[in-house]
Design a protein around this ligand. Sequence first.
Ligand code: GDP
Ligand code: MG
Length: 738
Amino acid sequence: MSRPIHVALAGNPNAGKTTLFNYLTGARQHVGNYPGVTVEKKTGVCRHQDTELQVTDLPGTYSLTAYSVEELVARDFLVNEKPDVVLNIVDASNIERNLYLTCQFMELGVPVVIALNMIDVARSRGFDIDSDKLSSLLQAPVVPIIARSGQGVDRLLDTLVAVSRDRDKEWHPLRLSYGEDLDQALEDMVPLIEESGLLTDTYAARWTALKILENDDQILDRAMQADTALADSLVTRTEQITSHLQSTLEAYPEAIIADHRYGYIKSILRQGVLSQRFDADRLYTSDRIDKVVTHRFLGPLIMAAVLFGLYSFTFNFSTIPADWLASLFALLGEGVERLLPDGPVKSMLISGVIDGVGGVLGFVPIIMFMFFGIAILEDSGYLARVAFMMDRVFRTFGLHGSSVMPFIVSGGIAGGCAVPGVMATRTLRSPKERMATLLTVPFMNCGAKLPVLALLIGAFFSAHQARYMFLATVVSWSVALIAAKFLRLTVLRGPATPFVMELPPYRFPTFRGLLIHTWERTWQYIKKAGTVILGISILLWAMMTYPGLPDSERLRFEQQREEVRVGYAAALGIGGQADEKRSAVAQEMEKKLLAIDNEQAETGLRRSLAGRIGLALEPLSRLAGFDWRTNIALVGGFAAKEVIVSTLGTAYSLGATDPEQPSSLKDRLAGDRNWNAVVALAALAFIMFYAPCFVTVICIAREAGSWKWALFSMVFNTLFAFMMAVAIYQIGTVLGMG
Ligand code: GDP
Ligand code: MG
């Protein structure tokens, strides 16, 4: 006879545990107490074919937290005695609440077999449960039974034996997402716990971290005993996140975690697991809203309307503060112009610092408004529904439902960032689906691309700003999905894995929470502009200024100016002319002088390091309609996309300083002979899809575990983007749109 199997029978009170236990073990029972506590411990044996099963009836619990003795006993038994399999009995007529406990077994990572009990009751109440579907979504066996009559119990025993004999199946702890804030906290805590080996012989690091966030007394005590310093710092982190959640969502971490568990369960049940033959009074407000909002036909329409509303809101209202900021920086520039003597310092301050950073900061209002809108969607829970609806689409393109979040974070709703997006792919379990997501999220319109898109759209398609921004989003999604499909059919071929996503209940966002979320993200953007961008902006200014013109050239321009002045001196110097005429002549002279200034500046930029790179690339880039100045900006964009705007600003302020012309870069581009609507479209396509910024590239390398993929991403994206830009420019020009 083979080795006996240890089975722990667990479930909610009244799920039918005692009934099943008695059915299985009959008279062969022992009753005692768990050591140290007055909780009844019943054990018994049962024989199935040639295998002996030793069954322990755990106390009935709703949860695995440390709030009651029963819960403590149950989970201590699981981690200390390590039964071969947990037989989780689930009341099918109360499935949503019962699966909450199941969910925690899965998070703990113990082998679970689910006995779906009372299916007779469920049926009589009008529920049908698809146990096969439930099983494939939970990735654990599910056997429907009726404990009172013993129906299905034989199959249940077969399954128990099979699972505990199957040494090949690995039980990985279920990784749920608990919302951005808590996920980040877990991300921070887990490596610390792993490093010091805190309780790791008993619990997975993530589980310990989760329990500390849930304020679990027992785990806290044990952690304190094992490593006081580390435990203290984990508690401090927890306090931090608690007060953050208090001020943004007015909820404790425990509540948010529970919300996400229920969301996970809900999303399993709504994927065709649970069907109701009649509409009982069981639909809560959230479900009622979801009936409309995630409706097969209405849902996508509502979603499109909401997203378009977000764009209109952002672009219609943010222009007012954006204009204020622009005039502020213009004033600053004028001030420096007046106060400082001509020379490299002044040139650097105006062209490097003020134009560069001002160009980027000028877009802060847009980003603030956009993030405010996104915060409303996110805090209310609607964003999760967007993900839920997008899931159907994602499957067709060889991606996983969990890919949606990385895409949205990266700028699926324009204004994210590919860096956290790339890191958010960690929730994907299948390596190939993860890689395909990782490589395509940089196609989204991140916050850094927004200023460039807004600039070009504002300059050439100003009549339809909102429409074009919306179009840019649609195009980026389509291209990303097609690229993902392409990757999944070629270098990343492989099967799909089942998908479950969390749908937390709707909440009314608090105004305070919205402000905090908006500010956090805006501040990140500003910090980037203030440090990385400032440095790069100055570096690029230097590249555009040096080595500069040789003395002989400078002298030549000086001579030309002198000639003009001498030529007009006679006309101006002789008295007896009407003032009007005299000033007209003076203006004419100024114009000639300015033309010489411009020529000198342009010659200087051509000779500079950046100009040489831009010029060298021009024969190639002309295929897409880009001149050498645009090339300089695009090369700078490899460093960070924000730099594109500031570099264009610098390049154009250095090259054309006509004071008569309005100083805004937008107007300068619109008026430049190298630019037109077709070039703008080609540039838009190129900027949206060429190599990710270097921070993202570094993240890709780290997440993919090799530089090969990072390099692939740079080369693949740039080639692809260039081909697109060339196609647009060539076709557009032939059609005469330029
Ligand atoms: P426990 O609290 O988990 O031990 O639950 P019990 O075994 O005491 O069962 C609670 C009630 O549900 C009892 O009245 C059982 O007779 C009843 N019950 C258990 N299983 C079934 C079943 O499959 N169908 C029906 N209709 N009733 C059941
Ligand atoms: Mg009982």
